[in-house]
Each structure stands twice: as C-alpha cells, then as structure tokens.
Ligand binder design. Sequence first.
Ligand code: UDP
Length: 327
Amino acid sequence: MTYERALVTGGAGFIGSHLCDELLDRGKQVTVVDNLSTGRRKNIAHLEGHPNFRFVQANVLDKEQIRPDLEKADVIYHLAAAVGVGYIHEHQVGSLETNVLGTSNLLELASHMGNKVVLASSSEVYGKSTAVPFYESSDALLGPTSIPRWSYACAKALDEFLALGYHKERGLPVVILRLFNTVGPRQSGRYGMVLPRFVRQAVTGEPITVYGDGLQKRSFTYVTDVVEAMAAIAEVPSANGEVFNVGSDSETSILELADLVRRVTCSGSELVHVPFAQVYGGEFEEPARRFPAIGKIQEYIDYHPTTPLASMVEMVAESIRMEEGRE
Ligand code: UDP
C-alpha cells in the first residue's frame, strides 16, 4: 500500500520537520499543519517553495480548521503534541488538552474520512517501570497524579487506547509508534531535551548541567533513523492496529553522555550536578532506565538504527555552532 498525499501535524517541530524531508525525498506530497506553539517556521524554511510542500498554520484542537486539509490527505502522521518534561511541568492543562483532545479530534475525523493514521506516542508511557528492556506488551508503571510528568504519560496512553479503539470498533487503519529519546539537529533544548542542552552548554563554555546523579540511562536514536521507520511502517498494512517501539538498542548514562559531549566538542565546560528538586521544584520522579526491545518493528520493516552516539553529538554540535554563529 503506498500513500502519496501526507499530512504531518506538528510538521514544524523537530521530528515532524525531519519527517517532511524524508517524505519529500520519497516523492510524496506533504502538507504541514502546525500552530507554531513550540514548532518553528525556520525548521521548515528550507522546504518553502518546494512544489510538493505546503504549510498551513492551524490547531488540531479546532476540527473545522483542520478538516479541509485532512480531506485532501490519504495518510496523516500525527506528531502535533506538547512535549518536553519542562514544558509539561509549566503547562499541564494546555498540554493535556492538546495531547488528548487534539488526538481525539484527529482520530474522529480520520475515521470518517478513511485516512490512514500514524500516531506518534512515547516511551514515556512505560513510566518508571524498571523491567527493561521494554516490550510493547510490558506493563506500564506511572507515579502519582501530583507529579505533572505523569500527566504526559497518561495522555499518550489515552491516545493509544483511543487509536486502538478506533481501529477495533471503526476499522481505522492506524499504527502507533512509541518513540524513545530521539535526537538530532533542530531539537530545542528549551523544555528539557538533554542533548541540545549539553551541546549548547559545551560549545558556549557554560557548565554542563547533569540532573541528579547522572546514573539514569537512556537509549538515544538519531532522528533520520526514526523518520525513515515512520515512513516505512506507514506502508505496511499488517502493522495496522499494532504498537511499535522505535528506539535503539544501546544504552548510555547521562554522565557518560556529558563526558562524550565534552570530548566530541573539545569543550572545557565543567560538569555540575543539579538536584531534580531545584529544576522542577517539589515532587519529581525520574525513570532510571528507558531501554526498548526493537525486535517487533524489525519483523515488519528493515530497521537498524546504527548511527553511533558520537556521530549524533557531532551533527547536533555542528548545527548548534552554526546557530550560535561559531563556525
Ligand atoms: N537531563 C540532564 N540535564 C539537562 C536535561 C536533562 O541531566 O540539562 C537528564 C534528564 O533528567 C533525563 C535525561 O537527561 O534523565 C533525558 O532527559 P530528556 O528531557 O532529554 O528526556 P526524558 O528521557 O527525560 O524524556
């Protein structure tokens, strides 16, 4: 099954804009719907004027605004979401609205129009479970509702429930992707997102801020590997109604990452530990490890995210140096 007319919600965001690049490379027509709340026009500036590309400023919370563009698409990649631990902490209500109601709107419209939907979910749905590696069928373990970060996990889990319900009850062709820590150029460090923060700190000579003891581990995946997987899995009909981890099978502690960033950027920045309470205030919980099993998606597509972490750091450093005018 091939789809030719793609709509990318959140297409002016970090992952969304790379997905647009990938889809255009594949010869697709691409329309971006983004309200530019956290997305940035400059992420897609290089695509303006491309004959197969269109940008529409609209909000997924407004069904009537997005309906005409959904009607024209045959596949919708739904990435519009409030993301970033820091952002969720500051904007809990708005984030829940966008992440639950926006997705609900989109799924409802798509179920009437017959679009295929690729839903971007998150590894955050596994919560603070320590039973790594996480399989798609693994249990989730969320903390109390007094801790804002779990509202994001809960919203993304609700999105998955909704999508699976639409698939089962109304035949919506939908595939759900749980993205693990995705990194690359254009990612903003404003609302958390460790790699762009560390790299910016390293290239500007500021202290590198390791939260907590830095022994928490993550598995980082390069954005190009992620968007290739998104575009490929969309065209596999047997993936409909399925949930897939999209991540990498190598793990790094945040302290190791800080060291690597310092080495790759030849930075003299000192390393400082910042207590979580100082960053987020009050109660906070942190997943100790977040490590995916990726065998399931490999049964459906050719998925081998092999970009080494040092290369990811180099590419992020190059783009940040250009932004900072240091090249
Ligand atoms: N982190 C850090 N320093 C920062 C930003 C983040 O040590 O300046 C840590 C954060 O506590 C987490 C990891 O880096 O353990 C990844 O954070 P990010 O926000 O990128 O993603 P998360 O995995 O928390 O969703």
